[in-house]
Design a protein around this ligand. Structure first.
Ligand SMILES: O=C(O)c1cccc(C(=O)CC[C@H]2O[C@@H](n3cnc4c(=O)[nH]cnc43)[C@H](O)[C@@H]2O)c1
Length: 221
């Protein structure tokens, strides 16, 4: 079991939802890093480095948490997605012939693993708490999808893609650099596709994130 857990969100509204869910459990530290993979990686790496300075204050688990877009027929608004893998889906090169990932280019990896045992334990706990949960790949994008064409292209390129957001891969890269287990959880606020901000259900997603966070404390501390 994890003794100390670092939860990274993008914005304060997400942080507050997680804090309401964990109900004062002092084993959890919740930080808002800002939007996007770079802010997420820098803030997570800084938090992990700071924790190393004090003996016995390091983290045993890092969680990327927040709202996200659900892929059509994979994750509806108000449901939860737990990552079985995180994929930096726009890290590569785009040409007229299509997209090549950095893996295909030979420059590294665009896919990072999650702690599968912890993730599946969380999925079980969420389902027994009657939340609707998809366990699948969560994509990290620097540019959020705003067209049907991009949504279809991502679905074709990454079969089973369940959700997208903008921070997971950055948080995961920082956690992996210190060999700390990592998981990602997203509450769905909108469907991935043509941008229609009026259709986003942020309040519903934040309520789902809060409900899911009650199980974080139950499962990981
Ligand atoms: O306006 C608000 O009250 C508010 C409250 C909480 C969060 C937000 C955000 O806009 C956070 C940005 C955040 O959202 C993630 N996200 C959500 N849907 C998608 C998507 O379809 N594609 C990519 N990212 C998405 C993302 O991780 C951003 O950090 C506003």
């Amino acid at each position: 079991m994890a003794k100390r857990v670092l939860v990274m969100t993008a914005v304060d509204a997400e942080k507050d939802a997680v804090l309401r869910g964990i109900r004062g459990d002092s084993r959890f530290e919740v930080l808002a890093a800002g939007v996007g993979p770079i802010a997420a990686a820098v803030s997570t790496a800084t938090a992990l480095a700071s924790a190393m300075v004090t003996p016995d204050s390091g983290y045993d688990l890092v969680v990327s948490a927040g709202i996200g877009g659900g892929f059509p027929n994979q994750a509806d608004i108000g449901t939860i997605v737990v990552a079985n893998e995180v994929i930096a889906a726009d890290l590569g090169v785009q040409t007229l012939d299509g997209f090549s990932s950095i893996d295909e280019l030979g420059f590294g990896t665009s896919r990072l693993p999650v702690a599968a045992d912890l993730s599946s334990r969380l999925v079980e706990a969420l389902r027994s708490g009657v939340l609707t949960v998809n366990y699948g790949p969560i994509l990290t994008l620097s540019t959020a999808t705003g067209t049907a064409i991009t949504a279809s292209e991502l679905t074709a390129r990454i079969p089973g893609a369940a959700a997208e957001a903008m921070e997971g891969f950055g948080v995961a890269a920082a956690a992996h650099s210190r060999s700390i287990p990592f998981i990602e959880i997203r509450a769905i606020s909108n469907i991935v596709g043509p941008r229609d901000r009026a259709s986003w259900r942020i309040g519903e997603a934040l309520a789902a994130l809060e409900a899911a966070s009650t199980h974080l404390s139950e499962v990981f501390s």
